[in-house]
Design a protein around this ligand. Structure first.
Ligand code: FAD
Length: 446
């Protein structure tokens, strides 16, 4: 049997593009289908535009602080369309680069929605494609809760395209996306209220960092409501949105942003036609080699819900390509994966939290540095940074690092190398401090 392609990839996002390019480099005939835009969530409506908005919004504070550093500034004003359009132009540029990279590797791009019709066939906008191997890399999409009027809210898919900034914004959720957009829009002058179903933000994060983010966010003026559930959402004649809560008075706002989680993109994909099974959480079930229960079908990235991060999807795609087409099998190591929240201020974390380390190692030593960054001192900004190192007492190995403060994710990436390498606290201490920096705290904690 000859097929149209050796590999058919569904989804040209972080994972799908990497898998396509590397597989083609190994000599495979590859096609990738994309129903939206090449680049996927991260490039088109995730990490990249989000981080650019974080940069754009932070000028609000920088311009205030500048006065303490001697800069006399004229009248300040902010123009949302300028920031929005520049960010979207950068997204277009990256989209073009991703497409060129696929073209250069002779990967065929099929622009359209793919539906699986059998273990070796699919349709893209009605046209049949046959293949030896299939890689499902369809990612995840924002969850919209099942309640009356939920459609009046927007999601992270729409938020980058707003015509104008709202005066008031309610964000539903307490995870990283909710906190990042709370920071962005608050800095841009929007009155932000974050409404969370539970009583904690960023549930999986170290408790001390979560508390610090909440304190700083409240001091800045972001409103929070915890243990609050939505009943229904109503669109008023004047265009405003009224949110009816399970308890307490309704809230009126100009805009509602759902940031309550992401669900694997499997709806209408035709998984049943090929017999692909899901796991208990509703994601595509795979083994360590990203292979599904069907021998020639693999899946990577957010749709498998292992760790929903771009570098993980990319690694899974690369490992798949090397293993299946490159004759160089390897599996992704999910230990010590660093992650960040680009809130204001941002958080970075790698390895075990204090609570996890106590469960896993028994006796642990915790070192903290709670300090006011030099820049904040001169700026008269009363915001303290917090760094935490978690050390396994028996081996002296540093097993976790958690930090909140200016540029924490930048610092954290470097610490992640040391922690992944299994360095001990004594080796951290032997390293001479680089002065004056914030990251010198990492080698000065006694
Ligand atoms: P995706 O990149 O989502 O790609 C899947 C692609 O498949 C999409 O382009 C989709 O259109 C396409 N598709 C789906 N179904 C079909 C079909 N049937 N036919 C054809 N095409 C289809 N991660 C980080 O590491 N750092 C961050 O700072 C970060 N910030 C984020 C901020 C936001 C607002 C969001 C939403 C996500 C963020 N993420 C971040 C997560 C990151 O974007 C994802 O983990 C990553 O994109 C997953 O890659 P993927 O290849 O699995 O899927």
């Amino acid at each position: 049997m000859t097929y149209d392609f050796d590999l058919f990839v569904i989804g040209a996002g972080s994972g799908g593009v990497r898998a396509s390019r590397i597989s083609a480099g190994h000599g495979a005939r590859v096609a990738v289908a994309e129903e939206h835009r090449v680049g996927g969530t991260c490039v088109i409506r995730g990490c990249v535009p989000k981080k650019l908005l974080v940069y754009g919004s932070h000028f609000a504070e920088d311009l205030v602080d500048a006065r303490r550093f001697g800069w006399q500034l004229g009248e300040r004003s902010f123009d949302w369309p300028t920031l929005r359009d520049n960010v979207l132009a950068e997204v277009d540029r990256l989209n073009g680069i991703y497409q060129t990279n696929l073209d250069n590797q002779k990967v065929t791009t099929l622009h359209g929605r793919a539906v699986i019709t059998g273990a070796h066939s699919a349709e893209v906008d009605g046209k049949t494609v046959t293949f030896d191997k299939l890689l499902i890399a369809t990612g995840a999409r924002p969850m919209i809760p099942d309640l009356p009027g939920a459609e009046h809210g927007i999601t992270s898919n729409e938020v980058f395209h707003l015509e104008a900034l709202p005066k008031k914004l309610v964000i539903a959720g307490g995870g990283y996306i909710a906190n990042e957009f709370a920071g962005i829009f608050h800095e841009l002058g929007v009155e932000v209220t974050l409404i969370n179903r539970g009583d904690t933000l960023l549930r999986s994060w170290d408790a001390a960092l979560r508390d610090r983010l909440l304190t700083i966010s409240m001091t800045k003026g972001i409103n929070f409501r915890f243990n609050t559930r939505f009943d229904r959402v109503e669109k008023l004649e004047n265009g405003c949105i009224r949110i009816h809560l399970h308890e307490g008075e309704p809230i009126e706002t100009d805009m509602l942003l759902w940031a309550v989680g992401r669900v694997p993109n499997i709806e209408g994909l035709g998984l049943e036609a090929a017999g692909v099974e899901l796991n208990a959480g509703g994601a595509i079930a795979v083994d360590a080699n990203s292979r599904t229960n069907i021998e020639n079908i693999y899946s990577i990235g957010d749709v498998t819900d292992r760790i929903q991060l771009t570098p993980i999807a990319i690694r899974e795609g690369h490992a798949f390509a090397d293993t299946v087409f490159g004759g160089k099998p390897w599996v992704v190591d999910y230990s010590c994966v660093p992650s960040a929240v680009f809130s204001n201020p941002p958080l970075g974390s790698v390895g075990a939290t204090e609570a996890e380390a106590r469960n896993q190692f028994g006796t642990v030593k915790v070192f903290t540095s709670d300090f006011r960054p030099m820049r904040n001192v001169l700026a008269g900004r009363n915001e303290r940074a917090l760094y935490k190192l978690i050390v396994d007492q028996a081996s002296d190995r540093v097993v976790g690092a958690h930090m909140i403060g200016p540029d924490a994710p930048e610092v954290l990436q470097a610490v992640a190398i040391a922690i992944k390498a299994g360095l001990t606290k004594a080796q951290f201490d032997e390293t001479v401090a680089l002065h004056p920096t914030m990251s010198e705290e990492l080698v000065l904690m006694r």
